[in-house]
Ligand binder design. Sequence first.
Ligand SMILES: Cc1cc2nc3c(=O)[nH]c(=O)nc-3n(C[C@H](O)[C@H](O)[C@H](O)COP(=O)(O)OP(=O)(O)OC[C@H]3O[C@@H](n4cnc5c(N)ncnc54)[C@H](O)[C@@H]3O)c2cc1C
Length: 305
Amino acid sequence: MFPDAFDYERATSVGEALDLLDDHADAEVEILAGGHSLVPAMKTEGRSPDVVVDLDVAALDAINALDDRTVVGALTTYADIADSRAARANAPLLAETAAEVGDLQIRNRGTIGGNLAEAHPGADPPAAVLASDATVLLRHRDGKREVPATDFFRGDGETAVEYGELVTGVRVPHTGDAGVAYAKKTHPATGYAMVGVAAVVETDVVDGNGDETAEGTVSSVRVAATGAVDRAVRLPSVENALVGERLDSDAIDAAAGEAQADVEPDRLRSDPYASGDFRRELLETYVARALESAAERVAGDPPTA
Ligand SMILES: Cc1cc2nc3c(=O)[nH]c(=O)nc-3n(C[C@H](O)[C@H](O)[C@H](O)COP(=O)(O)OP(=O)(O)OC[C@H]3O[C@@H](n4cnc5c(N)ncnc54)[C@H](O)[C@@H]3O)c2cc1C
């Protein structure tokens, strides 16, 4: 199908893009980043913007590793994140997850900013961004806003982005010696996650008094899921069940068993490929898989993206 007619504008700087959004404040405007959600939606799903602003801003296509955090520009493709030595060393969960998105064509064109802004409920990066405790960076004409990932995803296609704002990037704290992993049940037709789980696990070898304690006691854990409900979510019941426990299979299985408590039944996704009940079952399995992989990697080598 052909999309409806629209006006095309090109922005080569963030300022230009924000001016264009302001100029067209009375119109329906879409940003063209990688185009891998927008263009299919315009051709087949009836999305019909009056104006498309093509974001062609080199400054947003960059990965900057700083002392304790990596900032990934909104126009960075999944392929570039997955291949980036800096991202693999410092933000390995995002790099591993980026390598799991769709297929090579999608990874070569789709962007992290477009993915987060689209907020597809089966998208992979939102789980990694949540489990990484990342912050989404926004710009508008009057300034900047930083939104913690936990406040960013509101529902299917719904985010904290307000009209006139651009996602400019995502700031990912470094995970250091934590074990990280992303485990995904891939939708057979699209490549999206039927269920995807991202995990970051840290263990302590000394307690708060500086005394030796059992190696492998979980000091902090973040687990986030995509695909199960209408948006990516953290799984606090799983996290709470694991903190303070020895990081072994029994503790992981027990914690994974808590996953269903974090799923709001009325927000479960259901489609011809997977019912809500099946997704809920998958969630427990993939939480356990992500945690097992993360446990193997604690203080070890980062995953190869
Ligand atoms: C066949 C197929 C398979 C796919 N499989 C997967 C998968 O396995 N996992 C996965 O995660 N995704 C998958 N995707 C989606 C893909 O990752 C898209 O690239 C992504 O959802 C959108 O990123 P984009 O850069 O292409 O954005 P675009 O399509 O250009 O834009 C998407 C939306 O975001 C808005 N937008 C874009 N950039 C910004 C910005 N900087 N600031 C504010 N708003 C912005 C646009 O206005 C638009 O509404 C798949 C897509 C297809 C077509």
